[in-house]
Structures are given as C-alpha cells and as structure tokens.
Design a protein around this ligand. Structure first.
Ligand SMILES: [Zn+2]
Length: 407
C-alpha cells in the first residue's frame, strides 16, 4: 500500500512537471552566438566532454538517435558562425560532427558515435561566461538502444524530487505553522526591471524580512531560494514539500505594460486567468524555466492529472480562505491594493496539489508609486506584519476545520 501511495506521489510530481506550460515556448527568442574560443571537445578516459561557450543562456535539449548512432543537441537559435563543425575539435568517440539549422528557431549539433554511448551529464552554466556541457560515457549496445530516441537532457536539468511518503497532512494548530516563502525569479532570470530596481533581489530581501517577522510570531518560515540563483519551478515546490510546508507563498513585484496595474495583488491558481494581463503574467513566469534549458513538454500523464485535481478539491478552498485573510489584513493595515485585490491565473508555481498556495504581487515595478513603496523599509515592515497577521488568523480557522473534519 505504502509503495502504491509513493507511486501516486511520483505520478503527481510528474503531472506538476507536465503543466509547467509550453505557453511561453513559442515566443521565446534568443540570439545567442557560439564562442569557439571557449568551446571544445575533450577525451577523458573512455568518456568524452563537449563544451560550448555561448554568448547568453539559451534553451537546449540533448538526445541520442540510432541508425546510425549519434548524439543530437538542439538549441533555441544558437548561431554557430561560418566555420565548419569540425572546428570544434575531435574525439576518438566521434566519427564526424555536423551543425546547422534543424527547424525554424532551432539549430542542431550532431556527433556521429564510433561506439554506443550514454549522456551522463548535460548542463548549462549561466554566469558571466555561459556554457553548455555534455558528457558521454560508453555503454553496451543494448543500453544505447534503450535510451536512444527520446530527449534525455530534461532529466538532468530537473532537480531530484523530494522523497514524500504521503500527502501532507493538514495542520491542526498543534505545531508551529510551516510557511514556505518563495522569492520569485533569481540568477539568469532577474524578473521585472525598472529604473535600476530588479524584482529578483527585491523579493528576496522582502522574503528574508518576512521570515524574521513570521519567526518572531511563532511560525517556521523556509525560503525556496536564499541566494541570487535560478531555481526551477519544480524545485521550488519540492523544497516546500521537503520542508513540510503547510502554506506556500510566492512573492513577486512584476511589471505590466498596461500602466494601470498598481497595488498589492493576491493571485490564486485557476485554469482560466481573470484577465489578459493575469494570463501574460503567468506565461512570463513559466518562461523562466525555458531560460535555463528545462524543457518539460511531453511529461503528460492524464491519470496523474485526475489525481491532482482530486487533491486540489480540498486544497483550493483553503487557499481561497487565505487569500481573503490576506486581503483583509493588507487593507486593514492601510496598504494599497490593486482595484481587484484577488485575481486568478495559471501560475505553475502554485500547482502543488496538497499545499494551499498563493502568489502575492507586493506591487508592480511598472508603477512609480509602487516602486517607491517597495523601496521603503517602513512600508515593507507594515506589509510583512500584515502577512503575518493574515497567516495567523487563517491558521486558527483552518486548524479548527481540520479537527472538525477529522472527527
Ligand atoms: Zn515575478
């Protein structure tokens, strides 16, 4: 039984991946160039490593094909330049190299293999000198045939899923409330930027301040990222789950072109966005994962999605309740909220089936008034106290309901 349950949780984790949408995929355009001076091929014992220096991080995927055996690396519009692929270098493992346009928007590197190999690493680093690295090691012909045909890089790009034995049991007020604070963006994805302010460091700073306030109020707060690094959406949810979070709160301060978006806004998960601005916000956040080369398309599992919907049926009303509590506390503290304070959109980061999850836009970078507020320590302190009060008020009601349901 326990094994079966674990399989279901595994399936749920896959379904979460499946929904991290392809919506933004079509629009993403990078104009990255290959830097031959930082690129090359190195034989390391029986293994071989390909390093590609690139001018900027781009989506990519790696897979093996049979007949003849070859390694394929697809890039979202990487410009190889005029030199032939052989300029990259040579290896005992490769009989020939090719590169060129694969399909509109995608370019491809092909390495023909002298013997069967497996991809053991495929990674993109995103610092000042971004590069993509692929490592291959010899395998048996049977192993090669078993792994050839499907894109494999996404497996390495994904973080290890947290080990979860059972769905999170609802909090009943007997232990401190565990709050996962999720500062949006980070690393190669700075989020919204306006007049020298960037969303990623701003929401990280606020998350640290909020953590202190929640800790003083007797809660246990954990951050899904505590540095300026890129954290994929799925890893954020895994971190919350591993910490045993009772609540997941994603913190943002985005920009909207409309010019009318101002004031804090609470976002709930919904299949349908409440308006086109909300839909664009949700799409933009999913695109962050593409930036890091995490292509989650193709992980579809209908059964798992049905299971997830069942879990959500209990979780969603609890998230709704928290949204109402947040609205009351924020407005009650005299802070400005958006003219529609609670909205809905298909934010992938909110798709944990068993943890009530909300996304809070503290304000909008596109609004001059909001930027002033976001930069004001007194405003941030008042906002942090309001969130703390909302969580405490909600937790009491939520725990009472859990105890009632249990009887
Ligand atoms: Zn954001």
């Amino acid at each position: 039984m326990a094994g079966g349950l674990r399989n279901i949780i595994g399936a749920l984790a896959l379904a979460v991946c499946a929904i991290v949408g392809a919506a933004g995929a079509q629009e993403f355009r990078a104009l990255a160039r290959l830097d031959l001076a930082r690129s090359g091929i190195v034989d390391a014992g029986a293994a071989v490593e390909i390093t590609l220096g690139i001018s900027q991080p781009i989506p990519f995927r790696v897979f093996l094909l049979d007949g003849p055996p070859r390694l394929v690396v697809d890039f979202s519009e990487l410009d190889f330049g005029a030199a032939p692929a052989a300029t990259l270098g040579a290896s005992r493992a490769f009989t020939a190299l090719e590169w060129g346009l694969a399909s509109p928007g995608w370019t491809r590197l092909i390495a023909h293999l002298a013997a069967p190999m497996a991809v053991t690493e495929a990674w993109e680093s995103t610092g000042a000198a971004p590069q993509i690295q692929v490592r291959l090691e010899p395998v048996s012909a049977e192993e090669f045939v078993a792994s050839a045909g499907a894109p494999v890089a996404t497996r390495w790009q994904l973080p290890k899923a947290a080990v979860v034995a059972a769905p999170r049991r609802r909090q009943t007020g007997e232990a401190p409330l565990v709050v996962a604070l999720d500062p949006g963006h980070g690393g190669i994805d700075p989020g919204a930027e306006a007049e020298g302010l960037a969303e990623a460091p701003l929401v990280l700073g606020f998350a640290r301040e909020l953590k202190e306030v929640l800790t003083r109020a007797g809660m246990r707060a954990v951050l899904t990222r505590d540095e300026d690094t890129f954290v994929p959406l799925e890893a954020r949810m895994s971190a919350a789950r591993a910490a045993g979070a009772d609540v997941f709160l994603s913190l943002h301060a985005d920009a909207l072109a409309e010019g009318e978006a101002a004031g804090a806004t609470v976002y709930l998960l919904a299949a349908e966005a409440s308006d086109s601005a909300s839909a664009r916000l949700a799409e933009r956040h999913d695109r962050g994962d593409l930036l890091a080369g995490v292509d989650l398309a193709g992980h579809d599992d209908e059964v798992a999605q049905v299971l997830m919907q069942m879990a959500r049926a209990e979780t969603q009303p609890r998230a709704d309740g928290l949204a109402v509590a947040l609205q009351a506390a924020i407005l009650g503290s005299g802070l400005k909220m958006h003219k529609k304070p609670v909205q809905a959109a298909a934010f992938s980061v909110l798709k944990s089936p068993d943890i009530p999850s909300l996304l809070l836009e503290l304000g909008f970078m596109s609004s001059t008034a909001d930027r002033k507020r976001l930069a004001d320590p007194a405003w941030r302190a008042t906002m942090a106290e309001a969130i703390s009060a909302a969580l405490q008020a909600w937790a009491v009601v939520d725990a009472a309901e859990a105890r009632y349901l249990r009887q």
